[in-house]
Design a protein around this ligand. Structure first.
Ligand code: SAH
Length: 490
């Protein structure tokens, strides 16, 4: 029906607009570049047609005419098309040409502006493009023309006289020649310059120099290069977060990766997701709960599965647990039960099966029944321990964990050891990770484990555990990663 020219922002996926995210989630076809848009593609429907306009290694780029043809063709076919473009589609994005082609073909289109790297990258480097007393205006200019040509479209000498802030895009390769022309136009050699490469991404780098020195400073693309008094400002925030510049591998099941990932990213880490396990439902029927004194949940997944796949289909809700006491192994599990309306009677002080066993009261009478809702494959500590205490324990498998195929690019980076730490949240994540990655990279990377049982499994498999969470939760795990990798305390 309509072709949407959508700005993806400069790289941080959080900088996509709400309108862009909505359209992306709905699109039949997504036509995307490589630059700055990779993470966002996960927002698209799994069955959407994905067309890469190129610039990926080993791939032939589509020409602009070919891209225009795809947009016109899919638009005419009555499909909803999102053309996702880095930054803002109308700032050096050739979005104007695409809109012209669509208009000429009579295909309806809309434009969704994005945050341009010309403003976004400097902002993430702590550089305001205008600043009271320093700069009253900013000019955004392309640097991809050869500045030594006899006649150029860009009048660098005139820009030098314009003053204010100059933001140069596509200029990394030619910045030396550009600086010469700006100085020839009258800008002082000591005019501050800041080049922000891969702005707003976990590997952002800011090079600070002057017009006289920037040519030799080794600026690499993609960079937004800021020239002018504001380039001396250093209101650093993004690059000074505690885990900035660190890469952490997370191995939780894909369904629950997001919380750990979000927490680490907020602290500045680059996160590689290697989902060691996925959660799969298993068929089960909840037995009559009135027969039980206790129901025990050992994981978030177990609690959710119990309510959504057990109680709900049987037309039951939290009231079915009215006369039953409920235990959870940790606060995450308790919170999951709370989402289904259940307040937990017992959470041990340490969040492992052994601690739950210690905290469990003796049965009021021998043979009192406990229902243990948990994964198909799990340790026998609880059933055996509670059995030894005089309880009759029924194990109810409510989900299963299975191995999933990792992303080949991520796998390659992990195998090469290009990361600073790997997090393990359970013994099964250690085992599956070891199966997938194969021989350990040398030197072996730092392992951060959620607790003693996971650590023991890791050591059994030949890993050295560099840090263990003292509180066996996602928060505790994140704290342990920070203690290990952050240069200074938070
Ligand atoms: N439409 C885009 C610009 C496309 S031209 C926008 O509005 O941002 C490509 C140029 O944009 C690159 O050569 C580089 O100068 C700049 N650029 C894109 N992403 C960037 C990023 N994350 N950090 C710094 N510069 C970036």
């Amino acid at each position: 029906m309509t072709v949407y020219l959508v700005g993806a922002g400069p790289g941080d996926p959080g900088l996509l607009t709400r309108r862009g995210a909505e359209l992306l989630a709905r699109a039949d076809v997504v036509v995307h570049d490589r630059l700055g848009t990779a993470d966002l593609l996960d927002l698209a429907r799994p069955d959407a047609e994905m067309v890469s306009a190129g610039k990926a290694p080993g791939q032939v780029d589509l020409t602009q005419d070919e891209i225009n043809a795809v947009l016109v063709d899919r638009g005419r076919a009555g499909l909803e098309v999102v053309r996702l473009k880095g930054g803002d589609p109308f700032v050096f994005g050739r979005g104007g040409e695409e809109a012209e082609a669509l208009a000429a073909a009579g295909v309806p289109f809309e434009v969704v502006p994005g945050i341009t790297s010309a403003i976004g990258a400097p902002a993430y480097a702590g550089i305001p493009v205008t600043h009271r007393g320093r700069s009253t205006h900013f000019t955004v200019v392309t640097g991809n023309e050869d500045p030594a040509k006899a006649t150029t479209d860009v009048d660098w000498e005139a820009l030098a006289r314009t003053g204010g802030t100059l933001v140069i895009l596509m200029g990394a390769a030619r910045i030396g020649g550009i600086a010469d022309r700006l100085m020839a136009g009258g800008l002082a050699p000591d005019t501050p310059v800041a080049a922000v490469r891969d702005g707003t991404r976990p590997d952002q780098r800011t090079v600070r120099a002057t017009l006289a020195t920037i040519g030799a400073a080794g600026v690499r693309a993609p960079a937004a290069i800021v020239v002018g008094a504001v380039a001396a400002l250093d209101l650093t925030w993004f690059e000074s977060r505690p885990l900035f510049g660190r890469t952490v591998v997370v191995t939780r099941a894909r369904e629950q990766v997001s919380e750990l990932r979000t927490r680490l990213e907020r602290l500045g880490a680059g996160v590689l997701e290697l989902p060691a396990i996925a959660i799969k439902p298993v068929p089960f029927t909840v037995p009559p709960l009135a027969d039980y004194a206790w129901v025990v949940f050992t994981s978030v997944n177990g609690a959710h599965a119990f309510f959504t796949q057990g109680l709900a289909p049987a037309g039951l809700d939290a009231r079915a647990l009215g006369g039953v006491r409920v235990a959870a192994i940790g606060p995450g599990t308790a919170a999951a039960a709370a989402e289904h309306g259940i307040t937990i009677d017992l959470v041990p002080g340490r969040f492992v099966a052994e601690a739950l066993l210690d905290a469990f009261p003796d049965p009021d009478r021998a043979g009192e029944r406990v229902l243990l809702a948990r994964a198909e494959q799990a340790r026998d500590v609880l059933p055996e321990g509670l059995g030894a205490r005089g309880y009759a324990v029924d194990v109810l498998p409510v989900y299963r964990t299975v191995t999933t195929a990792p992303d080949p690019g991520v796998l390659e980076q992990v195998r090469a050891g290009r990361f600073d730490a790997v997090t393990f949240t359970s013994s099964s994540t250690v085992r599956n990770f070891t199966d997938q990655v194969g021989p350990l990279p040398d030197p072996a990377p730092a392992v951060v484990s959620i607790g003693p049982v996971t650590s023991a499994t890791a050591r059994d498999l030949g890993w050295t555990v560099a840090a263990e969470a003292s509180e066996h939760t996602i928060d505790g795990l994140v704290d342990a990663v920070c203690a290990l990798l952050a240069p200074s305390p938070r």
